[in-house]
Design a protein around this ligand. Sequence first.
Ligand code: PLP
Length: 408
Amino acid sequence: MKNLKEGFESICIRDVDNDNFHAHLPPIYATSTFAYKDLDRAIAYFKGENQDYMYSRLGNPSNQAVADKIAKLEAFGISDENGEPIQAYGQLFASGMGAIAAATVGLLKSGDKIITQGNLYGTTNELFTSLLLDYGIETIIFNLKDLEHLENTILNDETIQMIYIETPANPTLQSFDLEAIAIIAQNMGIKTVVDNTFATPYLQQPLKYGIDLVVHSSTKYLNGHGTGISGVVIGKDNSLVNGKVKNIQKMFGACASPFEAYLLNNGLKTLALRMDKHCENAEKLAYFLKNHELVNHVNYLGDIDHLDHLLAKDQMKKYGGMLSFEIKGGFENSIQFLRNIQFCTVTASLGTPDTLVSHPASMSHAKMDKMQRLEYGISDGLIRVSVGLENIEDIVADFEQALEKLNV
Ligand SMILES: *Cc1c(COP(=O)(O)O)cnc(C)c1O
């Protein structure tokens, strides 16, 4: 395939032949250890002179094949200053949190600071503001929309060494300008990490804007079927991905299981197809909700009334499969709405074929200070939806009957 151009969907689907028997699908290398068939090569490996497989915590062909595939997707269609296609590198982790921990701990040291938004994924927020703090890495929660103030803040504090961004952010889909933030970071000589879980590389490619590392909870849309937990770190700089980041994986033991790699690779094959359908169904559900009398407002990036609609239009290929909406009647009515749901699935998480409905105020954000929660638009009546791939009329009918049964 050297001279043939591969489209995004083709990269998702085609596998590299990585075994001696030419299995059509990449085998699950269920082995802890690889034998030293060639002693000279083994000795050279331990000197760091080759990248052979030795022990699955340090590398496994099933894991590497899928990490390479996701790296190709994140780098898809992106050229460098000379017009040459960029190359990206990837490492697979046991979970999204394993990937996020490695990308941050690997690049930082005690005394460094992270600057980030206040509406991060809950466990990422906990990692930054509690665990990392205990190890001398402080986190500044900041309004990443205020670019001028961001630049000055970094300029005046040389211990700020990383900007960490999650866009679109949960559950209001607030979005941040990756290009503008990457320029500030590059001017200041600091690193940027983007959690691209909600968008996937099909809809948004942070590497295009000069972001250093992309992390994913591949548990979500990349696996796409809710069958397992995994994470990935992708970047253009091999010395970061296969140096500092991989080193944390080695020492913390956050390596993925080859079985998870197999599930992830299988799911990835339909990524483009699924994302198109998630986006299409989300748009239709958003339209229904926006016109419903019991709904105050809808947060959906494809809606021209969303504050970040134009940014999303610019930065993303489509508007994604996530939305949230506020039900009239606050906390009680939104809990009642969940009780009324019959067809969709009431749970957190996202990116599965079925539609998932949750109530952030009593679930994912229940521990958050109420004032802070409201500041980020997570009101008592807010419902979050990961719009699935079912027949849209069935999804809409379920929401319609669940809303109808409310006594407002
Ligand atoms: C789920 C999620 C994570 C954590 O990933 P795990 O695979 O559960 O460890 C991180 N960021 C975002 C945006 C997520 O949705």
